[in-house]
Design a protein. Structure first.
Length: 455
């Protein structure tokens, strides 16, 4: 399968390039030239596959020129052998709510589902290319942990993770900083998540530097992550066995919910995708009113969704503009000026597939409390936003993506119910283990020098 950039159709790319580079040279995101749409009959042939087989079928649609289907299956099996659930994800019914638990991987958030796969994809790539890669990633907590766990101990790979000093939960930090492998480097930046992200962006656009260290990225715009996430939308549909299905998706960077949109494009009978946001509600304002205007980022109880500009939204813009890359580039220019009002006809198209709602802090706490009292379950604050959004829309029949294990956010649940979930036993060792991270100033030069000193 060939790929193009959302901003220009001139060049074509292979899956290998798309995966290793993450972002196209023109600043656009990679997108497949065409997407296979399953017929009803083909879909029903997938329904009895186990999770690993289903992943192989879906991902192989996009990666066949890079890895054979047989090798892909074994890579996927290896990736998900680290999960605490045999079927990787778990659909559970709690009261009237259907939860798709995606947090049974090594670092307790849904990001493991794609990241464990990506880690092994790097290893596969490096087994055929004589290279050393340095992965650099900024994190607001969950991405970094998932990436470290996926890359630790792998040959010819180093990983450098930047997190904002003192601004992530202590459990989030400990999961990252207690890893002992010598290819893992944690950097705490004196600044916020945006500062971390800016440093990484500046290093990528300094081509002399980024080429000299073979820098690679694993953030949520990476297409390989999207396709791995599309799989659990199919899985839920087959598991529920209804005619159609809807999802409520706690959303930050629009990666996870875009994977659902891709599943729909591939023929999965999805009715609505609910974009659930916290008080950082740009996507809710965009989808309900067409107002794609960013405000200052607020710190909330659901920090992994404290994002204002949702990078993956560019892919949706591309599709609703009939795959017109010039138009997409124009709109991205408007977004850069922070003045994009979605055109009426495009908003109508978006609203055919998407609904949106946002939950403020109090509503999030209330949802955690109500579900604890009524259903005896502790929801993590991100999942609570997903549950709350569906409720506010009175959309009862939908699957809520449960994106993090509640034990990862004890402060939020203590606040709501004076109780918290214990860490799974596999992770309890992080609590008392020695942490290892370097605090650096909010300075791209300092980070570059640190990285060079480690190579
Ligand atoms: C990253 C994350 C999200 C948001 O996912 P996006 O793909 O950025 O929309 C939601 N919940 C949790 C727990 C996360 O870690």
């Amino acid at each position: 399968m060939k790929y193009i950039s959302t901003r220009s159709k001139e060049k074509e790319y292979s899956f290998g390039e798309v995966f290793i580079k993450g972002l196209a040279d023109d600043g656009g995101l990679y997108i497949p030239k065409s997407v296979k749409k399953y017929t009803k009959e083909e879909l029903s042939n997938l329904k009895n596959l186990n999770y690993n087989e289903l992943s192989t079928e879906i991902i192989n649609q996009f990666s066949a020129d890079f890895i054979s289907k047989k090798e892909l299956l074994s890579l996927i099996k290896k990736s998900y052998s680290t999960f605490r659930e045999k079927e990787v994800v778990k659909l559970s019914i709690v009261g009237k709510i259907q939860l798709l638990e995606l947090f049974h991987g090594p670092t307790l958030a849904f990001k493991d589902v794609a990241m464990q796969f990506i880690g092994n994809l790097y290893e596969y790539y490096l087994s055929k290319n004589d290279k050393k890669l340095n992965i650099v990633v900024a994190t607001s907590g969950d991405t970094g942990a998932a990436a470290i766990d996926a890359i630790k101990g792998k040959a010819n790979l180093n990983i450098f993770v930047l997190h904002p000093n003192n601004r992530i939960s202590s459990i989030q930090r400990k999961i990252m900083t207690t890893v002992e492998d010598d290819n893992v480097f944690n950097i705490a930046i004196d600044g916020n998540f945006d500062d971390c992200q800016n440093i990484v962006k500046q290093m990528f656009s300094d081509l002399e530097f980024s080429k000299s260290i073979n820098m690679s990225g694993v953030n949520s715009i990476n297409w390989a992550r999207i396709i791995a996430q599309a799989v659990y939308y199919f899985y839920s549909y087959f598991k529920l066995g209804k005619e159609t299905i809807s999802f409520s998706v706690p959303t930050g960077n629009f990666g996870d919910v875009f994977a659902g949109y891709l599943a729909k494009k591939m023929g999965l009978p999805i009715n609505k995708l609910i974009v659930a946001t916290n008080e950082n509600d740009i996507l809710h304002r965009a989808i309900s009113k067409g107002e794609y205007i960013s405000k200052k980022v607020k710190e909330t109880l659901s920090p992994s969704m404290d994002i204002q500009l949702a990078s993956n939204f560019e892919r949706l813009i591309y599709y609703v503009n009939n795959s017109n890359s010039e138009k997409t580039a124009e709109i991205m220019e408007k977004i850069k000026q922070n003045s994009y009002q979605i055109e009426k006809n495009n908003l109508d198209i978006i609203q055919k597939d998407f609904l949106s709602e946002s939950c403020n802090e109090q509503e999030t706490l209330d949802i955690i409390k109500k579900n604890y009292e009524k259903n005896n379950i502790i929801l993590d604050p991100h999942t609570a936003v997903g549950v709350g959004a569906a409720k506010k829309l009175s959309f009862n029949d939908c699957v809520v993506l449960s994106t993090a294990h509640p034990s990862k956010f004890p402060d939020a649940t203590n606040n709501a119910i004076k109780n918290h979930e214990k860490l799974p036993k596999e992770l309890q060792h992080v609590i008392d283990k020695k942490e290892n991270f370097q605090v650096l100033k909010n300075s791209t030069e300092d980070v570059k020098n640190f990285i060079k000193s480690k190579l």
